[in-house]
Design a protein around this ligand. Sequence first.
Ligand code: CU
Length: 477
Amino acid sequence: MIRTLSSGAVLAAVLFAGSAYGASRDENLADPIVGVEDAVLTDAPNVPPPIHRDHATKVIIHLEVRELEGRLADGVRYTFWTFGGHVPGKFIRIREGDEVEFHLDNHPNNKNPHNIDLHAVNGPGGGAAASLTAPGHSSVFSFKALNPGLFVYHCATAPVAMHVGNGMYGLILVEPKQGLPKVDREYYLMQGDFYTHGANGEQGLQPFSMAKALDEKPDYVVFNGSVGSTVGDNALSAKVGETVRLFVGDGGPNVTSSFHAIGQIFDTVYPEGDLSAPAHNVQTTAIPAGGAAVTEFKMSAPGTFILVDHSLERAFNRGALAQLKATGPEDKLVYSGKQFDLVYQPEGTGIRVVTQGVQAPVAHTKDERVKLGADVFTNNCQACHQENGEGVPNAFPPLAKSDYLNGDKIRAIKTVTGGLETKLVVNGHEFNGVMPAWSLSDEDIADVLTYVYNTWGNSGLEVTPEEVNSHRIQAKP
Ligand code: CU
């Protein structure tokens, strides 16, 4: 009995003395303040440099709220409400025990009052009531950083979901006294969901939709404030052999992130932004709305690594996709790339193929061709282009009333036989996906194209096997 009590007492002592990383609240509260400095604030994806101080100090933070029109997606404008001019808000980096003097400046051109709730604050509203600020005013409040960790901050002015939904969130890192392990690169990514009056992709300046926010049905789920913010020339970068740390937050207002790097295992994850209890060898980490996580990994292979919300509809159709490009030498032992492309014929398929070749039905009239083409479509094309030929917005182009198809029959034959890997515009919408080259007979391709041309309001023309044969890109199967 005595034994049990004493081990419980030891456990309690460990819990309240603070964790392996960071000191206890009481220690941080008692930590004397030495000196004063202005905080270094950065826009995503950049992170302020690590703190090397061995003492607590007074940190002055000026964060300016701006209401600004900007790009949400190609051709889609949005009036963002921001902490510092960008979404997400400025990255703030302090040390546990620091005393923060926080100035929230609401720019005179803004139309709305705003405030800030920092999850790193112990106090009512996380600073919200103390910082409620009218346009053209500035509020000041102070707090002592008692708990280390990676924390979200956000506006908490009613209607809160609207202020947050317009982009009012960011991250504040309270470094433990020991600091974080040294890495070669640090980046800042924050997911958020957006609700627009028009559907995803609808052009022009889009107002916030309260109805969709209430239904929690976002039109966009993005990293760092817009679709494609962190791809191409703006992708994160690293070299093979380097270690990378991502500070990842989810501003919401509603949607949780299943954060994942395609082709990259997280060596270390600090779930919930808790720096004291890292997990290792993690594939996907859940980041709740209003939460954060730190992920670390070493680049073992060159290439483009895609960072996504693994709720994949959001990644591939609503924007939650970023890139990290790694350069450096390949190690074929780590990853070989494609080594072979061999013919695969399970037992019995040889006969089936031959039979199909001999007995494949041949159309004698255009009507027969349309009928046979419907089957070819169902078996090969429907999964992407959909039963009604409408395709899937932002993913698969429509075949119905398609200017791309109706404009050029030869091009259609070349597309089906050769595939497509380039950007294309169909009926005014841009598509970036990949269409495979179809290994189908001249007869099948003539049938399916004739079916498509005679369905869903298309031009009604016929494609013959002879035309396919003379314009096909890939050799016949
Ligand atoms: Cu606000």
